[in-house]
Design a protein around this ligand. Sequence first.
Ligand code: ATP
Ligand code: MG
Ligand code: MG
Length: 262
Amino acid sequence: FSRYRTDFHEIEQIGYGNFSRVFKALKRIDGCMYAVKHSIRQLHQDTERRQALMEVQALAALGFHENVVGYYTSWFENEQLYIQMELCDHSLSIRESSPLFTEGDFLVALHQIAKALQFIHGRGIAHLDVKPENIYVKNGVYKLGDFGCATLIDGCLPVEEGDARYMPPEILNDKYEHLDKVDIFSLGATFYELVKGTPLPGSGPQFLNLREGKIPLLPGHSMQFQNLLKVMVDPDPVRRPSAKELVENPIFEKARCMARGK
Ligand code: ATP
Ligand code: MG
Ligand code: MG
């Protein structure tokens, strides 16, 4: 018996991670399309299960927000964890996203993901894997997804770090304070990469500069925007804005008007 095969008609594979595959699937009973993610390896050990369960426990505890990828349900089958989620169009992975973004487009996307972070941080959860490929777009709305590294901000739980390229210096030094500010750094690094249009290298000067708060000029972009990205990747977590401060930054006034329909 397979709950997945019984309840869903698989359409196609839409993505994969190191430990998971994601399929577009039609749910037979309601006739709607979903993204169903399942682990590839069998989760035999309790520790493996506990880490995998963090993702669904975070999603379930959070509840609905327009800028967070929607969560429906989850179950175990053959020792694999299945997660039924809202199906999005694509991610902001620079391989998939259009290079025709203007500064206004970037501000709209940044503002929406900042709102997602304000929401999750307000509920005591840090994402810890903010990066272009974990930001999804659906009908022009940006959504934060992939809560596989999510943890409690108060730090009682062990930390599973996300992609090292987007991690701030304090994480590389094994200092786990201000976990909400880790997300702010990753968001700054994410948009720095999106604006540059080239991947952040896993090592080398660009990587180190970002961690030291020295980000080169971004030609064609306003100083206000560049200064905002710069303070988000400040090496000192205390100097980075909180998600709430970010959301309320006057630079988004225009983005707010655009969201209201110009
Ligand atoms: P792992 O942690 O196991 O390495 P992962 O956590 O990176 O994997 P996800 O980021 O959740 O896995 O998903 C992998 C890929 O599947 C994504 O990069 C994306 O292409 C696709 N995908 C995931 N969720 C969705 C969704 N809700 N809608 C559309 N596509 C999705
Ligand atoms: Mg991912
Ligand atoms: Mg993950």
